[in-house]
Design a protein around this ligand. Structure first.
Ligand code: GWH
Length: 320
């Protein structure tokens, strides 16, 4: 049975209510078919599969997991189970009755946003990518962020790698699909994981990496970096610089340069997200409004995309 979970039943507060493992939709294991590994998640393998005839993604928890890992896995399920928005990955249920434990999510066959952007570069494929499509994808993420902001949920790790696409063709919708960092902090085990947790410094504002202050304005800063990732077609931010160097640069007022061919009004939104004073940054409603204006501006949507090389699929971040 749930065994482990019933002992340390953690509570999850969301929208003024408290939830526990009992509130999760238990999926009968026999209805689940795992087809192919999609890659390594934070815990164990993530698989593509079917729930009945519905395509799904399945996060697995390895059998030999620590109690803490079990609780992290449970908390991640609780967090995702309470979201209800078209730009946040849909949670379908869990198989927690015995090991191995599964979290079942909607499958987003377009894969992650960063990989998509790099593969869709005009030189890499006959991509039909346009400035309007780039802005529409950023807008999708912004709408998901607005929902999180309204629910006083701080994501803490907004980045292109944590967003997924419904399709690689046509007009993909984009959804926020990974909440691992928020889960860790919710369980306050960033201390437990040792101070050297790999913090996404390049996506964090000074008050976060200097003083550990996180608010929805932290997510706004990260969204500005995500917007830069989108307009740069999947570059690593602050190319060639390590985390220490980036912290120094940013605390002394340095910022990311505009991506090649980035329209000024779009770069202006990024810069507003990177205001040194958190309160001076726009909220997500304002960001969405301003992105909407950009999408109405012919000079913006008709501007050409950069001719970028097809760099190797995985770039090495210089941080050690
Ligand atoms: C947990 C996993 O969730 C999913 C991955 C893919 C998915 C990810 C990559 C490629 C494909 S695909 C194009 O082969 O269907 C589908 C599709 N749908 C998901 N729900 C995920 C969520 C994210 F926000 C970011 C990365 C991943 N992972 N985890 C392991 C690999 N990616």
């Amino acid at each position: 049975n749930g065994g482990m979970f019933t002992d340390y039943n953690p509570n999850y507060e969301f929208g003024g209510s408290t939830y526990t493992v009992k509130d999760l939709n238990e999926i009968p294991r026999e209805n689940l078919t795992l087809v192919k590994a999609l890659g390594q998640g934070a815990f164990g393998e993530v698989y593509r599969g079917f729930l009945g005839d519905i395509p799904v993604a399945v996060k697995t928890l390895p059998e030999l997991s620590s109690n803490q890992a079990e609780m992290d896995f449970l908390m991640e399920a609780l967090i995702m189970s309470k979201f209800d928005h078209p730009n946040i990955v849909h949670f379908m249920g869990v198989c927690f009755d015995k090991m191995p434990r599964f979290i079942v999510l909607e499958l987003l066959p377009g894969g992650d946003l960063k990989t998509f952007l790099r593969e869709a570069r005009p030189k890499c494929s006959k991509s039909n990518l346009t400035m309007k499509k780039l802005l529409a994808m950023a807008m999708d993420v912004g709408k998901g962020c607005q929902y999180l902001e309204e629910h006083h949920f701080i994501h803490r790790d907004l980045a292109a790698r944590n967003c997924l696409l419904t399709t690689k063709e046509g007009d993909p919708d984009v959804k926020i699909a990974d909440f691992g960092m928020a889960r860790d902090i919710y369980r306050a085990d960033y201390y437990r994981k040792g101070g050297k947790t790999i913090l996404p410094v390049k996506w964090m504002p000074p008050e976060a990496f200097l003083d550990g202050i996180f608010t929805s304005k932290t997510d706004v800063w990260s969204f500005g970096v995500l917007l830069w990732e989108v307009l740069s077609l999947g570059y690593m931010p602050y190319p060639g610089r390590g985390n220490q160097e980036v912290m120094q640069l940013v605390t002394s007022g340095g910022r990311l340069e505009p991506p090649a061919m980035c329209p000024n009004p779009v770069y202006h939104i990024m810069m507003q997200c990177w205001h040194p004073i958190p309160e001076e940054r726009p909220n997500f409603s304002t960001i969405i409004e301003r992105l909407g204006y950009c999408m109405q501006d012919p000079d913006v949507i008709n501007s050409p995309l950069p001719e970028l090389s097809c760099s190797p699929s995985v770039e090495r971040d210089v941080t050690v």
